[in-house]
Write a protein that binds this ligand. Sequence first.
Ligand SMILES: [Zn+2]
Length: 327
Amino acid sequence: MTRLLFVHAHPDDETLATGIGIAWALQQGHDVDVLTCTLGDEGEVIPPRLGHLIAARDDSLWAHRRGELGRAMARLAEARTGGARLRHTLLGDEQWSMPGASVTPAASKPVRYRDSGMAGTPSAAHPRAFVGADLAEAAEAVVEVLQESDPDLVVTYDADGGYGHPDHIQTRRVVLAALARLGTDLPALVEIVTPQSWVDQDRRWLRAHVPVGKGLIIPSPQSPYAVSVVPDGIVTHEVVAPELVGVQANALREHETQVVVGEGYYALSNGIAARLSGREAYAAIDPTTGRRQARASGAKTSRLVSSGAPGGDANINEGQVSADAQE
Ligand SMILES: [Zn+2]
């Protein structure tokens, strides 16, 4: 059994970016902790009936999204087998919630850090904006989580935060700063990436499967790639579990302010269709330097966590690729 810690910036990121990895790890009997750094206060709201929650009106989206996050975690927890544990906490909050085992704490007050909003927006100047957090103080809060969670593997964003959101970039910075404070006996660290061949396959799939008339934008084969898209050779670890798309889709539906979910695809408020492909890719990074540990040429991609016998996870502790890890 391995302990995994996923560190995310906002509610919905855990499911959007790593819902398959979380569900798969739980299904394999591993313990999973999720840390979310802000409550997504500055998000847009898709359903008109909830439009009043936005920061510019009631500024109560954070409370609503806390509830969405708790319910999404409960959906992901449905993938558990063999006593695997799923816990969740917010940065600067000492409480851990365990979906299915206890009620999510009441959304009574904001958490320490506030969503900074998209790059270049005035919300970044808010006194609690995560992007303006004192790095040492935020890192110390992550250290507390690392000490409590004691993970074998930490999963977070790449240096561009997946798509350039300042809170995602800050999340990775804070994780690296926290690991530097821990000093020794560090967990393995991977960043979330998207291999180019998957993007090309998913774009073809979307053209074939998303009904016209849904009002969604289908990315053309010529659209520029997102910053998290990498050459396939960068990927060191992956989870391929299309059978878990249903679990991920159910969790995504709980984030109703942020996501519209269709058959095998979803869209955010930008209306761009994206595939729920049932697979996620990661690149091992050195937990002390943040540098990518490139895959040796010819080496296969490892599973995110080796399944099976205790001690079978040596490959992730080393941050190395073991050629026999893929079955
Ligand atoms: Zn986010």
